[in-house]
Design a protein around this ligand. Sequence first.
Ligand SMILES: [Zn+2]
Length: 283
Amino acid sequence: MKRLVISLIVLLGCAAFDWSDVKTPAPGPTQSIGFYSAGCIQGAKPLPFDGVGYQAIRISRNRYWGQPVTLQFIETLGAKMHAAGQAPLLIGDIGQPRGGPAPTGHASHQDGLDADIWFERQPGPRLAPAEREHPRLRSLVPGDTSIDDAVFGPQHVQLLKAAAEMPQLDRLFVNRWIKARLCHTVSGDRRWLRKIVPWYGHDDHFHVRLYCPPGNPHCQPQADYAHDDGCGEVLDWWLKQQPVVFPPDDTPPKKPYRPKLPAACAAVLNAPSEDAPVRTTGN
Ligand SMILES: [Zn+2]
């Protein structure tokens, strides 16, 4: 009987052991496993909190872990915007130390290849650590009805174009009205518009999704999308939909998102940390 009770406690302990409970990456070479919205990452690396042209925010969420290619993408984009005279980018979530589903905020960001970059720009000194937890993060499309031209400006177009033209970028998600504005106003070379994909939300930040890097055989790529600039029928469909406004992204969902992950992710979740003792259940 005693043994049964202990087994039950262990089982319950295992059930409570979740991706967001693990505070350190899984050791080993960096590998993205599975899909952006059903996967994990081994050997994730942390984004330095400060770099040329960017600063990380909401660090207490511990979602600043990703593939080296993702960190380099952010560093390169920050440096480009700095060279263009723009204020530092505010970098939000990349992923949890071992990826996997997060308890709030996203369905994706699971394999170290997604990152959120905020539209908000704040010239002047870098934010203090406490300010980084709750920075002002204005929407460019309040209420999902139209662009707020008091906030939206040419620096946002320059930023989106720079990100979209980087070769590692698979696609970039923005609110439908931002895509529409780009479709109606960008002149000259419009090839980069193909990578700008409308999605729900994404009115106060945009989301970059990178290709599976070479040497990651278990990383599952996403199917291709528009072959033109995406300003035709697809956008028309989006513009006909009712406005959708999401609650703050730290609101717990009614039903936790629990996709079926590749079998290899169990080993990633359970691997002992390099610098920590083997995790035991019950704490
Ligand atoms: Zn995102």
